[in-house]
Design a protein around this ligand. Structure first.
Ligand code: GLC
Length: 507
């Protein structure tokens, strides 16, 4: 069960959605019977072919709520996709899964939704004819199932069901107060007789669904072997290190109990590689995409992107740099880190590129980072910032680019680098988490490291410069590196086998 499922149109916001589409399919190919559960968000139950399976009663806020269960046909064969529908799952804006609450009430809106979703899934398990072999929880959104399983005696079948937690990103833990707020644990489950220490945040006096699941699940997995080691260490912002984010103590306990594994996510290689569109076609697609966004909201950022696209020469510049990702701290911090002269890494890269190249960045997220990207793009004719998300444009950027930039501060696994490599575009990556596990420096891409955020960003700029020099001066070596990148295989079938052998079969 998870917040996202990319097998359903409208069911994806980020990398977790891809995993929830691809991992179940790979497990099903190996003979497992999988049911994937997500909330409906008011729309998934209306997808073509959706079938009402009936309804169940789930207790939430002290009231028996009626939750409708729908079976929806996803893109993948034998996997069953179910969505739970109730008004409480309605999004705050159409088409958006997560709500960004104010800083004084972080997660409030989403925590309500996912606590209720967890209660709904727990009630659904009770309706099954037999006990499932396992229930697999993904990220904090599903963590409350572990708490209900431990403390709500009426969930008998759930209690007999082994649980697995997969951590996709420890930066989000979904903490909420125990009491004193409408989005609080005691409000959701009044009268529940629980042991606060088992579900509390290790530092603050509040409920932490990620911590609860780490302590209470039978097995914990995260999405790369390196991230599984990094999260055992305390985060150290001074040294630019993102690790356990407060949960390192619990994760060390889990590791000592042999409950923690790291299994790399996979990528889909079933489609043949296609050539990049001719330059003119690419520009046309980019203009159409931005034009459609501008028609919806006539923002300065879209006008600027169209202006940049209009200025680009008819001939492709010698170096095309690309980046696709959510515009959040994790992905943007090093790009926007300034050196002692106040020059950000991004500006340094653009200066190095000068008139010989162009940088296209696609992504949206936190307004403060979006604003900074727009300002830098406004000052540099060799950068276009596409503020939004478009599957078609991102696919074309993976195909078209010469060098993909992914200087994440931390990266549990990362998918964009796999997609870029698959299309034969080498990547410059920070040597952390899944990036370290998928890119080999000088062989299939370029890896930088550093001991503080400033050092990391300086190393990133140097790494990009070295890559461009290789491309200019050592064409044979460059071709070999590109072929190596394109030839890397991170098959879902291999990940699925590991899940079976090192997680499910150990329950
Ligand atoms: C999160 C992580 C990303 C990972 C994805 C899927 O989005 O930030 O690194 O690839 O989950 O597991």
């Amino acid at each position: 069960m998870a917040a996202e499922n990319a097998a359903l149109t409208g069911g994806k916001m980020g990398g977790i959605g891809d995993v929830i589409r691809d991992l179940p399919a790979a497990l099903a190919d190996l003979g497992l019977q999988i049911t994937v559960l997500t909330p409906s968000y008011g729309s998934l139950q209306k997808l073509p072919g959706a079938r009402a399976l009936g309804s169940l009663q789930s207790n939430f806020r002290g009231i028996n709520q009626k939750v409708d269960v729908w079976e929806v046909h996803g893109a993948v064969g034998t996997v069953r996709s179910l969505v739970l529908d109730h008004n409480l799952f309605m999004p705050t804006e159409p088409g958006v899964i997560y709500h960004s609450d104010d800083d004084d009430r972080p997660f409030a809106t989403d925590a309500n939704k996912f606590a209720f979703f967890s209660a709904g899934v727990a009630s659904w398990v009770e309706t099954l004819e037999s006990t499932p072999a396992a229930i697999h929880l993904h990220d904090w959104h599903a963590g409350t199932v572990a708490a209900l399983r431990a403390f709500e005696p009426s969930f008998e079948r759930l209690r007999q069901t082994p649980t697995v937690l997969t951590i996709h990103n420890l930066a989000y833990q979904g903490q909420r107060p125990f009491t004193g707020d409408s989005s609080a644990f005691d409000e959701w489950f009044p009268g529940l007789d629980y042991t606060p220490e088992q579900i509390a945040d290790p530092v603050f006096d509040c409920y932490n669904p990620m911590a609860a699941a780490i302590r209470l699940a039978d097995r914990i997995n995260t999405v790369s072997p390196t991230y599984a080691k990094e999260i055992l260490r305390k985060s150290d912002p001074e040294r630019g290190f993102v690790g356990g984010e407060g949960l390192e103590g619990d994760l060390n306990t889990a590791a000592e109990q042999h409950r923690l594994t790291g299994i790399l996510n996979g990528c889909d290689y079933s489609m043949p590689r296609t050539r990049p569109a001719p330059w003119g076609e690419f520009l046309k697609l980019a203009k159409t995409t931005v034009g459609a966004w501008k028609a919806e909201a006539d923002a300065s950022v879209h006008r600027l992107a169209l202006e940049r696209l209009g200025q680009l020469p008819r001939r492709r510049p010698p170096h095309v740099l690309t980046s696709v990702g959510r515009v959040v701290e994790q992905k943007m911090r090093l790009l926007l880190e300034a050196d002692n002269d106040g020059v950000t890494a991004l500006e340094a890269v653009l200066d190095r590129l000068d008139r010989r190249g162009h940088f296209f960045l696609l992504g949206s997220g936190e307004p403060r980072y979006e604003g900074r990207l727009e300002a830098i793009a406004a000052d540099h004719e060799n950068m276009t910032y596409f503020r939004g998300y478009s599957e078609a444009l991102s696919n074309e950027l993976y195909r078209t680019g010469d060098l993909f930039l992914m200087p994440s501060s931390f990266e549990p696994c990362g998918i964009s680098q796999l997609l870029a490599m698959r299309e034969g575009q080498p990547c410059v990556v920070h040597g952390v988490g899944g990036l370290a596990d998928t890119v080999q420096d000088g062989v299939s891409g370029f890896v930088f490291r550093g001991d503080t955020a400033q050092e990391q960003s300086a190393a990133f700029v140097e790494c990009v410069a070295n890559a461009l020099t290789m491309r200019d001066r050592q064409p044979r070596q460059w071709r070999r590196l590109r072929e190596q990148a394109a030839g890397q295989r991170f098959e879902w079938s291999a990940s699925a086998r590991q899940y079976i052998e090192t997680v499910y079969e150990c329950l």
